[in-house]
Design a protein around this ligand. Structure first.
Ligand code: PHE
Length: 347
């Protein structure tokens, strides 16, 4: 019965065989199935088996041999299957098509250019909330109590309940509110620009929108003069629109600056000669500016006897229109990819 035991042992050994590669598998084949292999040796012992056991052990030996063959074949198939899987393995993280490179929104391109110019002049960035209160948008900016901008016709007021329009919570109608925020937390010298989105209660047309973007500038220090303002704005205009650009300041009015001005640049299309773009004046308007009204400084706790400052505010859409000749403001917010794809920028 020794042979029978051996057969059983070898059988369970074979059932547990594994091979990690072809070489190991070939080793197993030689060990069990070659001419001098384990199975052949057991077969050799079969000769010495007594006649009454021959039938039973003969069947067992045959089963062992077949089991060994099957096992080796199965292991071989397993190795093949794995190998095929490696060769054709699909990378599920890859996109089925190349991802097209996006373009920057034209307003972002121009905003970045404006930021770049002013940061090179020593201005740093500041920002404030789009949902503001009356204090920062109007009161601290020296708006009279009955100023029309405080009217619901011009400014969006937030409805807190169905019939209660909260007069104190508004969508800021200009980035000048950030001036008030900055003055609350910083002491002069202050030199900031504040890009951001503003909202006005306007019907949407090609020339007006209920939201648009501005960049505010504020500079407060000792002895800041109108000449400083003019020089910085000239530098900005020439960086933005080219070295030959001229500027012109026209007297204007804003509650928060005194004196106030509006700035035109020489029309960069006709070079100032006059064309349909500049309505044959040779000039196009680009921003509002002025010396910070002493009242504004005082309302924010800055001593107007020691400090003075200038401020300016420009519409990013306006500058973008001038640079790219975009006639319809609505294009900026429609997200039509055919429009957006036209703008390639370096930054
Ligand atoms: N806040 C003004 C506007 O929205 C622009 C401005 C800013 C004018 C700063 C003067 C100084 O039209």
């Amino acid at each position: 019965m020794l042979l029978q035991e051996n057969i059983q042992n070898v059988l369970s050994e074979i059932q547990q065989l594994t091979a990690k590669d072809e070489k190991e598998l070939e080793g197993l084949r030689i060990k069990y199935l070659s001419k001098k292999g384990v199975v052949a040796q057991l077969m050799a012992e079969f000769r010495n088996v007594s006649a009454d056991q021959k039938k039973e052990l003969g069947i067992a030996l045959n089963q062992l041999k077949n089991a060994a063959l099957d096992k080796i074949n199965n292991l071989r198939e397993g190795l093949h299957a794995n190998k095929c899987q490696c060769d054709t393995q699909v990378d599920l993280t890859r996109t089925p098509y190349p991802i097209p490179l996006g373009t920057r929104h034209p307003l972002s391109i121009i905003r970045n250019e404006i930021i770049d110019i002013f940061t090179r002049l020593g201005f740093s960035l500041a920002d404030g909330p789009e949902i503001e209160d009356d204090l920062h948008v109007f009161t601290k900016m020296n708006f009279a109590a009955d100023h029309p901008a405080r009217d619901m016709q011009d400014t969006f007021f937030i409805e807190t309940s169905q019939d209660n329009v909260e007069k104190n919570v508004i969508l800021r109608s200009h980035t000048s509110s950030v001036q008030a925020r900055v003055m609350e937390t910083q002491q002069p010298p202050i030199r900031v620009i504040c890009p951001g989105r503003v909202f006005r209660n306007e019907t949407i047309t090609a020339r007006a929108h209920c939201f648009f973007h501005q960049v505010e500038g504020l500079y407060i220090d000792k002895n800041v003069s109108f000449a400083d303002l003019k020089q910085v704005l000239l530098l900005f205009a020439q960086e933005m629109f080219g070295k030959d650009t001229k500027i012109r300041l026209r007297p204007s009015y804003f509650p928060f600056t005194e004196p106030s001005a509006e700035m035109d640049i020489s029309c960069h299309i006709c070079g100032g000669k006059g064309c349909s773009f500049c309505k044959h004046t040779g000039w196009v308007e680009i921003l509002g500016c002025g010396m910070v009204d002493p009242n504004v400084l005082e309302l924010s706790g800055i001593d107007s006897k020691i400090y003075s400052g200038y401020a300016f505010g420009m519409g990013i859409e306006r500058i973008t229109n001038l640079k790219y000749m975009i006639k319809d403001l609505r294009l900026f917010s429609e997200n039509d990819v055919r429009f957006l794809k036209e703008f390639i920028s370096a930054n």
